[in-house]
Design a protein around this ligand. Structure first.
Ligand code: ADP
Ligand code: MG
Length: 265
């Protein structure tokens, strides 16, 4: 291709906003001229590159909007540390997305430090890799945001905004307290997404203590009922991973001393 044609093509591709084709066109056109490709092959090669890079850019956008911790991946999660959680079951959730179509939920329970946040972030990343949209939020922040929306009479619009996410991860439900005014907004979110859009919740208290979070007993029952109806429940009742790692790093002598101290009634 001569320089004038190249410049003309460059201008057209700028107008069309096809950045990958614009970048690769000179080289691919030269290769096509050299090797005598049919026009169809050249076009296919150009559009294939454009589409692949668009997909990569889309996934990057979804990852940055998700607010997931970048380093909490399934690949760095040590499943052996949590025998009560089946790796196969988690991997199945990360590969088959039929549960997202049904708006099914994932609930993770366990004391602090056992890897609830890490595991659910890992699942979130895997879903983003597969082209899904995920949003991670601390549950207390979400409640604040929805309460502000309700005050400004735009709760419905705020809930609708969250609809574009296939999975909404609400971390640490147990830290939401009644003194965050009234938390019926959380119930409204759960009711609104029921059987349509998935929610994942981590909590370090069992359902029996969720009365602390919702306005009254009836609302607690109604919320738990909807969340549990279609859900995978992962119980992570092990010792804190953080503590175990810290103990492993201690010298054997210190470890022995710690064990004696803990054993003393
Ligand atoms: P939780 O949300 O249950 O309080 P986190 O997910 O925050 O626990 O885990 C605490 C720390 O320990 C994090 O740095 C996390 O990456 C790490 N961690 C916990 N469990 C595991 C695990 N099974 N494999 C690898 N890292 C883990
Ligand atoms: Mg956590």
């Amino acid at each position: 291709m001569n320089a004038a044609m190249n410049a003309g093509l460059g201008l057209m591709l700028t107008e069309l906003r096809l950045p990958t084709i614009k970048r690769l066109a000179p080289d691919l056109c030269a290769q096509s001229d050299r090797e005598g490709w049919p026009g169809k092959r050249l076009l296919e090669a150009l559009f294939e590159h454009e589409m692949n890079e668009r997909e990569v850019r889309r996934i990057e956008r979804h990852r940055s909007e998700s607010a997931l911790s970048p380093d909490k991946r399934l690949s760095s999660f040590e499943f052996a540390a949590v025998p009560s959680v089946s790796k196969a079951q988690v991997m199945a959730l990360s590969i088959g997305h039929e549960w997202l179509e049904r708006g099914a939920n994932v609930l993770l329970f366990g004391p602090p430090g056992v890897g609830k946040t890490h595991l659910i972030c890992g699942l979130g990343h895997a879903l983003i890799d597969a082209g899904r949209r995920v949003l991670f939020m601390r549950c207390s922040e979400l409640v604040q945001r929805l309460q502000a929306a309700r005050r400004d009479l735009r709760l419905a619009a705020e809930l609708a905004k969250l609809d574009r996410f296939d999975l909404l991860i609400l971390d640490d439900l147990s830290y939401v307290r009644r003194d965050q005014a009234e938390t019926s907004v959380l119930f409204e979110l759960i009711a609104e997404r029921y059987e349509r859009k998935s929610i994942a919740i981590t909590a370090n208290t069992p359902f029996s203590q969720w009365g602390e979070v919702f306005v009254d007993a009836a609302m607690t029952v109604a919320a738990v009922d909807r969340l549990v109806h279609h859900s995978t429940i992962l119980e992570m009742n092990v010792e804190s991973y953080r503590r175990r790692v810290a103990q492993a790093a201690q010298s054997p002598a210190k470890r022995a001393k710690a064990a004696t101290t803990t054993a003393t009634p």
